[in-house]
Design a protein around this ligand. Structure first.
Ligand code: NAG
Ligand code: NAG
Ligand code: NAG
Ligand code: NAG
Ligand code: CU
Length: 313
């Protein structure tokens, strides 16, 4: 299921007043997809990055550039909060609550989020995509690249960036992995994440990757989609990226509200490649490249402040 993430308190009041209590209407879903398509057709702000031909590409491009510096580190959640926030400035904010789609493989395959008319379109079609020869520093798992998405709003849409660090023109590729969906996207996994008492164990339990022996809700969600969406670098090429990360942001916000000591709790290394780099503090700067102005971690901690100004319904 996907839900509205109401970004301003006045809109929230109006929606509550009207008695809308959950899932988006078909019209609202249509508006979201139209907004994504608008970003895909809009010129980039800054023409310096040649491969990025649209505003949408620009976001994906900066993720490719900065991926090594914003995963498995203390700034993982704050950086992705700001990234998603900036993407969503032009969109209605929404998130994908995958815990409602993880009970059985069929629940995942049939989720309304993949609907060809009101959602993001279905799985890739086998045999319709061939991976280019790739450099082995792109973390590409060939099995996850099942094929092109040939139905829905992004059927035959051409990505300019990815897979991985490559810049190739290609279709939107998916390869659903329902084993990952039913194992890692469960309410139990979320509960185990939010019950962590320190930010340090919380962020590791949420993000997964090489920090943990098994997959967690963050990497499990990426793997469940497959294709570019599952790639460490080029994942924002699948528009579902932003709904996944918004849901993770919502789970972080739920955890931040569990105790007054959680709201401004932050920890973790600032670099994985340089083990002597200091740990992050609230003064750490979150880079946004040419996308938007930079902010400090402190600026993004409270989503109700004037910098962020949104809330979760
Ligand atoms: C575009 O980005 C480059 C590199 O970061 C920067 O030097 C340049 O000033 C930017 N141009 C605009 C119009 O913002
Ligand atoms: C699907 O996910 C499971 C669990 O993470 C993994 O073991 C398996 O290799 C994945 N399958 C594909 C085709 O990527
Ligand atoms: C729950 O979280 C703890 C702490 O991160 C972790 O060691 C454990 O493996 C988690 N359990 C499950 C089922 O994910
Ligand atoms: C960073 O934090 C960890 C865990 O809290 C701690 O063990 C480590 O010594 C700290 N590293 C630095 C460079 O301060
Ligand atoms: Cu990322």
């Amino acid at each position: 299921m996907w839900y509205p993430n109401i970004k301003d308190l006045n809109t929230l009041a109006i929606i509550l007043f009207k008695g809308v209590n959950g899932a988006l209407s078909e019209d609202e879903k249509g508006e979201y997809i139209d907004a994504v398509k608008c970003l895909q057709s809009k010129a980039p702000y800054n023409a310096t990055i040649k491969a990025a031909k649209s505003r949408f590409d620009e976001f994906q491009s900066f993720h490719i550039t900065i991926a090594d510096d914003v995963h498995f580190v203390g700034q993982f959640l704050p950086w992705h909060r700001l990234f998603v926030r900036n993407y969503e400035k032009a969109l209605r904010d929404e998130y994908w609550d995958w815990t409602l789609d993880s009970k059985t493989p069929e629940d995942y395959m049939n989720s309304p989020v993949w609907d060809p008319i009101t959602g993001f379109g279905p799985n890739g079609v086998p045999g319709t995509y061939t991976l280019p020869p790739f450099t082995n520093d792109s973390h590409i798992f060939p099995d996850a690249f099942r094929g092109c998405v040939q139905d829905g709003p992004f059927a035959y849409y051409t990505l300019n960036l990815g897979p991985g660090k490559l810049a190739t023109e290609h279709c939107l590729v998916r390869g659903f992995n329902t084993t990952a969906a039913t194992r890692y996207l469960t309410p139990q996994q979320v509960a185990n994440t939010t019950k962590q008492e320190t930010f340090e164990t919380f962020r590791i339990e949420l993000e997964g990757g090489d920090q943990t022996p098994d997959r967690k809700i963050h990497d499990g969600g990426h793997i469940s989609v497959g294709g570019d969406g599952s790639n460490f670098y080029s994942s924002p090429g699948d528009p579902i990226f932003y709904l996944h990360h918004t849901n993770l942001d919502r789970i972080w916000w739920i955890w931040q509200n569990l105790s007054p000591s959680h709201l401004y709790a932050i920890s973790g290394p600032s670099s994985v490649t340089n083990p002597t780099a200091p740990n992050v503090t609230l003064d750490f700067t979150l880079l946004m490249g040419t996308l938007e102005e930079t902010m400090s971690i402190r600026d993004v901690m409270d989503i109700g402040n004037t910098h962020m100004c949104y809330t979760y319904a």
